[in-house]
Design a protein around this ligand. Sequence first.
Ligand SMILES: [Zn+2]
Length: 168
Amino acid sequence: MRYLFIFSALLISFQACTQGSMSKQQAKTESTEQSFPLQKSDEEWKAELTPEQYNVLRKKGTEARFTEIYNDPKDGIYRCSACNTPLFDAKTKYNSGSGWPAFYDIVSPENVVLAEDKSLGMVRNEVLCGKCGGHLGHVFEDGPKPTGLRYCINSVCLDFDKSQSSDK
Ligand SMILES: [Zn+2]
């Protein structure tokens, strides 16, 4: 009984970042077996990344909710914290209430890859960096207009670059 309760609590806490399945996608969906342009050994990643970055980006972990350090600047680009690839425009960031940074669009379909993720007993669309293959988070179809998408991303995977902004 006690275990059942813990399991339910776990399920509820995961829900905010795990709901929904996708039928349409903006980024390319690829097999996780594909090779990415930037290849490094596990040892190299371990040496370059912080333990928290390594756990999320390379081991597909999830950071604790409400650990985001960015206070929603409006001009700039969020880059992959492992390889510096531009991923999200600050203008597309919004507060989804989930406790993780949320974006409704990506900077470029070239820079982001989606892969089917069947872990935790459900089907979700995993968001990966298109250059280094680092795990960033998941995408859901309950986002705001104009895309209707919610890219739910771990903040530890993002570096904010205020010197750049894409005006498109
Ligand atoms: Zn990357």
